[in-house]
Design a binder for this molecule. Structure first.
Ligand code: GTP
Ligand code: SPV
Ligand code: MN
Length: 600
C-alpha cells in the first residue's frame, strides 16, 4: 500500500465515485498477471494460446465498436478553447468534468477497481514521470504491465511526497448483482466514450473504451498529450517517434529518431534488419521519444515505454523478423484471427491460413470464400521490449541516447521523394509541420485512404495549440548550435508508380536510406541541392544487390515542380487553420520554398 497521502486521498475519492466491489493495488508480480489471465480466460474474455507455439500468450477479441483510438471523442480540455487550438476537440473543463462525473458515478459496480502505479521511463531517471492509472479493466492491467514499469517498485520510488499524474479509466459498463460480461468485451457506446485531458491539472479521465491508446493511459494520453504540454513549459520534447541505433561497418554508432503517423512504419523501421552488408540497426523504442538537451548541447532521447503495442497485420518473418521473435512468448494479442489449434494468424503473416479460422469478430472464416479480413487491420500485439532480439543494450539507459538525426515521413503515393534533407533546423521544423499521410486504420473515425496533414505525426497527440507547438520546436533549436542539433530529414517509403505499385521495396531495404543519412552526417557524400532540400545524387543511394530499375530510382528521387507548387497551395490552406498562432518563420519558409520552386 502507498504511503503517499495525495495518492491515498485520490484513490478514496475515485472509489467513492465509481463504487467498485473491491479495490486492488497492482504489484506487478508474475503471480498477479497469472491470476488475472486465468480469471479472464475463465470468464470467456480471453483465450490462452497454444503453449507449445506461443508460451504464456493470450488472445482477446474486442467489441467490434472498440478497435482503435477515437479521435472525435478525444478532448483537450484546457481552460480556454484557444489554448487547445484548432486541431483538438475542446469542451470547457468544468462542463466536461460534470458530464464525466455523471458517467463515473457507480460505473465500476460489480467490478474490481485496480490501482496501477507506473513509470514512463526507467524508474528514477531524471526524464521519467510517474503516473497512477485507476481502471476497472484487468486487460488494461495486463497491458500496462508490459508497456510500462509497473507496480510496487514504482510506489517505492514515488515515496510519501512524490508527484504523480492521476489517470482515471473506466470501461463504462457496471454490472448488476450476479450479472457477468458473458464472455463479451465490455465497453460503452461510442457517444458515451470520452478520452479527456486536463493539461493544466496534468490529469487524464478516460471513459467507455478498453482499447489501446484510449485505455492504456501511459501511452498517448500521458506520454504525448500531457507530456507535450509539460515539455513546452519545461523546454523539452515529447514526440511520436521511434528511436534506433545504426552502426556502420567501421563500428561507428549513431542514434536516429523518426516521426511517422500511426501505422506508417515506426515499429518496422525501429527493428529493421539491414540488407546491406556490415550495417547493424538496433532498437531503442518504437513509438514515443522524450528528448532533452544534455550539458554538452546535444539532444538526448529516452523511450518512456517498456513494451511494443504494435500493428499485427503485415508483420511477418519476411518484413519484420525481430518483431516476430519479440512476440513469440509472453505476448497479448488483440483482434487477430485464431487457428483451430489456438495459434494466431493475420493478413500478411507470410503464409496462407492453415484451414478454417475464427476471425477477429469470433466468426468462422475461410480464406477461399472470405470477403473481409480475418484480423482487424488495427489488430495489435503487446510484447515486452527486452524480448526483441535487436533491442539495444542501452535501450533503458536513464541518461538517454544522443540523437544525430530526426526523420519525418508519412504515406505519400506521389510528390514526396524517397529522401530529402533540410537545409537547417528551421527548415527541418517546416518539414515537420507539413507532414501528411494517407489515413490508416489506427483511428476509428477517419476515412482510410485520404491524405491529411499530420504535423510531426502529432496531430492526434499534441496537448495544446499546434501553432505554439511549432514555435516550441523553433525555440528548441535556439537552445543549441547547428553543429550539435540533430540534422533533419524527410523520408517516404510509400511512393507509388502510375499503375499503383510501390516504387520502393521498403522494410530492410530502408537501411539503404539510413546509410545515406549516416554518410551525410559524416560529410562523406555529396547531395543535389533542390528547391525542397538536399536530395541524393543519381548514385547516392546504395542499390547494390537490389533489383530496382534506374527509371524507378529516378522516379523515387524526382522533385516535380508542378506537383510541389500544388503542394505549396495545400500547405497554405493547412497553415491558414492556425491563424496568427502560426509562427511567422514558417510562412517565411513556405514563401522561400515557393520562390525556389518558381525559379527552378
Ligand atoms: P503505430 O503503432 O500505429 O504508431 O504504427 P507504426 O508507425 O509503428 O507502423 P508499423 O511499423 O506497425 O507499420 C504499419 C504498417 O505499415 C504495417 O502494415 C507495415 O507492414 C507497413 N510498413 C511498414 N514499413 C513499411 C515499408 O517500408 N514499406 C511498406 N510498403 N510498408 C511498410
Ligand atoms: C497509434 O495509433 O499511433 C498507436 C496505437 O501507436 S495507440 O496506442 O492505440 O495509440
Ligand atoms: Mn503510435
Amino acid at each position: 500500500m502507498a504511503s503517499n497521502q495525495k495518492l491515498l486521498n485520490w484513490v478514496k475519492e475515485c472509489s467513492e465515485l465509481c463504487q467498485p466491489l473491491t479495490v486492488e493495488w497492482v504489484d506487478g508480480s508474475k503471480e498477479e498477471s497469472d491470476r488475472l489471465t486465468k480469471l479472464m480466460v475463465k470468464e470467456g474474455l480471453a483465450t490462452a494460446l497454444n503453449p507449445q507455439k506461443l508460451p504464456n500468450c493470450i488472445h482477446f477479441r474486442s467489441d467490434p465498436s472498440d478497435v482503435a483510438r477515437v479521435e472525435n471523442r478525444t478532448y483537450i480540455a484546457s481552460r480556454s478553447k484557444d489554448e487547445a487550438g484548432p486541431t483538438n476537440n475542446w469542451i470547457d473543463p468544468d462542463e466536461l468534468k460534470g458530464v464525466m462525473k455523471g458517467l463515473y458515478k457507480g460505473c465500476m459496480k460489480g467490478r474490481t477497481m485496480y490501482v496501477i502505479p507506473f513509470s514512463m521511463g526507467p524508474i528514477g531517471s531524471p526524464i521519467s514521470k510517474i503516473g497512477v492509472e485507476i481502471t476497472d479493466s484487468p486487460y488494461v492491467v495486463l497491458n500496462m504491465g508490459i508497456m510500462t514499469r509497473m507496480g510496487t517498485k514504482v510506489l517505492e520510488a514515488l515515496g510519501e511526497n512524490g508527484e504523480f499524474i492521476p489517470c482515471l479509466h473506466s470501461i463504462g459498463k457496471p454490472l448488476a448483482e450476479g450479472e457477468s460480461d458473458g464472455g463479451k468485451w465490455p465497453c460503452a457506446p461510442i457517444e458515451q466514450k470520452y478520452i479527456s485531458h486536463f493539461p493544466e491539472d496534468r490529469t487524464i479521465w478516460s471513459y467507455g473504451s478498453g482499447y489501446g491508446g484510449n485505455a492504456l493511459l501511459g501511452k498517448k494520453c500521458l506520454a504525448l498529450r500531457i507530456a507535450s504540454a509539460i515539455a513546452r513549459d519545461e523546454g523539452w520534447l515529447a514526440e511520436h517517434m521511434l528511436i534506433l541505433c545504426i552502426t556502420s561497418p567501421e563500428g561507428k554508432k549513431k542514434y536516429v529518431a523518426a516521426a511517422f503517423p500511426s501505422a506508417c512504419g515506426k515499429t518496422n523501421l525501429a527493428m529493421l534488419i539491414p540488407t546491406i552488408p556490415g550495417w547493424k540497426v538496433e532498437t531503442i523504442g518504437d513509438d514515443i521519444a522524450w528528448m532533452k538537451f544534455g550539458k554538452d548541447g546535444r539532444l538526448y532521447a529516452i523511450n518512456p515505454e517498456a513494451g511494443f503495442f504494435g500493428v499485427a497485420p503485415g508483420t511477418s518473418m519476411d518484413s519484420n523478423p525481430n518483431a516476430m521473435k519479440a512476440i513469440s512468448k509472453n505476448t497479448i494479442y488483440t483482434n487477430v484471427a485464431l487457428t483451430a489449434d489456438n495459434d494466431v494468424w493475420w493478413e500478411g503473416i507470410g503464409c496462407d491460413a492453415p484451414g478454417k479460422l475464427t476471425d477477429w469478430t469470433g466468426k468462422e472464416w475461410d480464406m477461399a470464400t472470405a470477403t473481409k479480413p480475418a484480423a482487424h487491420p488495427n489488430a495489435r500485439f503487446t510484447a515486452p521490449a527486452h524480448q526483441c532480439p535487436a533491442i539495444a543494450r542501452e535501450w533503458d539507459n536513464p541518461e538517454g541516447v544522443p540523437i544525430s538525426a530526426i526523420l519525418f515521413g508519412g504515406r505519400r503515393p506521389s510528390t514526396v521523394p524517397l529522401i530529402h534533407e533540410a537545409y537547417n533546423w528551421e527548415h527541418g521544423v517546416f518539414m515537420g509541420s507539413i507532414v501528411g499521410s494517407e489515413v490508416t486504420a489506427a483511428a476509428l473515425d477517419l476515412k482510410a485512404g485520404t491524405i491529411r496533414r499530420d504535423p510531426f505525426a502529432m496531430l492526434p497527440f499534441c496537448g495544446y495549440h499546434m501553432g505554439d507547438y511549432f514555435q516550441h520546436w523553433i525555440n528548441m533549436g535556439k537552445k543549441s548550435s547547428e553543429d550539435k542539433l540533430p540534422k533533419i530529414f524527410f523520408v517516404n517509403w510509400f511512393r507509388k508508380s502510375s499503375d499503383g505499385k510501390w516504387l520502393w521495396p521498403g522494410y530492410g531495404d530502408n537501411s539503404r536510406v539510413l546509410k545515406w543519412i549516416f554518410q551525410r552526417l559524416e560529410g562523406q557524400v555529396k547531395a543535389k541541392e533542390t528547391a525542397i532540400g538536399f536530395v541524393p545524387d543519381a548514385n547516392g543511394i546504395d542499390t547494390q544487390g537490389l533489383n530496382i530499375s534506374g527509371s524507378n530510382m529516378q522516379e523515387l528521387l524526382n522533385v516535380n515542380k508542378e506537383e510541389w507548387l500544388k503542394e505549396v497551395e495545400s500547405i497554405k490552406e493547412h497553415y491558414n487553420k492556425f491563424g496568427n498562432r502560426l509562427p511567422a518563420k514558417l510562412w517565411e519558409e513556405l514563401g522561400a520554398l515557393e520562390s525556389r520552386l518558381k525559379k527552378a
